[in-house]
Design a binder for this molecule. Sequence first.
Ligand SMILES: NC(=O)c1ccc[n+]([C@@H]2O[C@H](COP(=O)([O-])OP(=O)(O)OC[C@H]3O[C@@H](n4cnc5c(N)ncnc54)[C@H](O)[C@@H]3O)[C@@H](O)[C@H]2O)c1
Ligand SMILES: [Zn+2]
Length: 346
Amino acid sequence: MKAIEVKTSRPYKVLLGSGLIASAGNLIKEVIKAPRLMVITDDIVVALYGEIVRNSLIEAGYEVDFFIIENGEKSKSLPVYGAILDYLADKAYTRTDAIVALGGGVVGDLAGFVAATYLRGIEFVQIPTTLLSQIDSSVGGKTAIDLDAGKNLVGAFWQPSLVIADVDTLQSLPDKEIENGLGELIKYACLIGGETFDIVANGFGKALERVIELSIQYKRDIVEADEKENGVRTFLNLGHTLAHGIEQLSGYSFTHGKAVSLGIIAIAKAQLKLNKLSQTDYDKLLSLYELYGLDTELPYGISELVKVACVDKKASGKNIKLVVMDGIGNCRVQNTALDALEEYFK
Ligand SMILES: NC(=O)c1ccc[n+]([C@@H]2O[C@H](COP(=O)([O-])OP(=O)(O)OC[C@H]3O[C@@H](n4cnc5c(N)ncnc54)[C@H](O)[C@@H]3O)[C@@H](O)[C@H]2O)c1
Ligand SMILES: [Zn+2]
C-alpha cells in the first residue's frame, strides 16, 4: 500500500493499493474517531462492494448507515442532496459523525457536498471506485451538485479526511468507464510527460497502479499549490474547454473522458499548426490515440463548439484561460480572447 500525503489546509492521506476496501474500517479508524458513519453509494456499487465495506466498518466498531442513490449524473441534484440531508437529520447525525463516499465521481462530489454543508461541515472519507475518481475527482476537495442550468454550479471546497483508492475495484468497471477514465489519464500523460506518458502510451497493463500513483501525485502538487483554483489548478482543464462543448452538444451521450481526449488532440493540432508543438511530439500523441482506437476528429463544427465554450462558467469576461501544449509534459496557460478562440482551432 502506498500513502500519498496531501498537505492542504486540512492535510490528509491518499492510500493506494490492492484489497484495501476489506480493511476500510481499520484504515478509517486511524483517522476518524466518529462513532457513526453514513455510507453514501449508488445502486451498482453497493451490489458489488457494499457488503465488504459494511462488514469492515462494523468490525472496526462503527455504527453504520447506508444511503443508496441511483447511479448516474442525474443524482448529483438538489432533490437527492436534500433527501440525504433529511436522512442525516432524521437519524440525528451529529458533528462528530462522518460520511463515507463509496463509488465514482458522482457519489464523491455529492457526498462531499453533503459533508461540506451538513451542520456547517462534517468529516468525510472518499473510497473512489472508478478510474476517473481515483486519478482525479477524489483528491483535491472540489465537491458539487448540478443545477438544470449546468453541471457543478453549486459546491464547496471541502477536503476529505482520507482517500482509500483500491485498484482491485477497477476490475469490475465496464469498458465505457475505462474509456471515461482514459481521457483524464491522457490529460495527465500530456501534462506530466516522462514516465506517465510512456506508461499510457504502452497500454498501462501491469503499470496501472503506478500511473494512478503518478497522476495522484501530480494532482496533489497542483492542489497544494492552489487549493481554491486561483492559479495553477487551471492546468487540470487541459482539453476541457472543447470537451464541455462536445458533451453538451451530444446531449451527454459522449462520456466526459472521450470528450476530453478529443479536446486534447484538438489543442495538439492547433499547436502543431502554429509550430509550437513539434511533429515528433504530435506523432507520439497520435500513436497513443491509435493504440486505444480513439477518434481524433471533432464531431462538431468549431464555431458551434466555441459558442458553447463561451457560455461555460470557466470563461471569465472576454478571455478564456486555455491550457495549451508546447510539448509532451510542457503545457502552459494562455489567456485567449473569446473571439480569437475559433480562429485558434481552425
Ligand atoms: N471533484 C472533482 O474534482 C471532479 C473531477 C472530475 C470529475 N468530477 C465529477 O465526477 C463525476 C464523474 O465521475 P465518474 O466518471 O466516476 O462517474 P460515476 O460516479 O457516475 O460512475 C460511473 C458509473 O460506473 C459505476 N461504477 C462505479 N464504480 C464501479 C465499479 N468499481 N465497477 C463497476 N461499476 C462501477 C457507477 O455506478 C456509474 O454507473 C462527474 O459528475 C464529474 O463532474 C469531479
Ligand atoms: Zn475532467
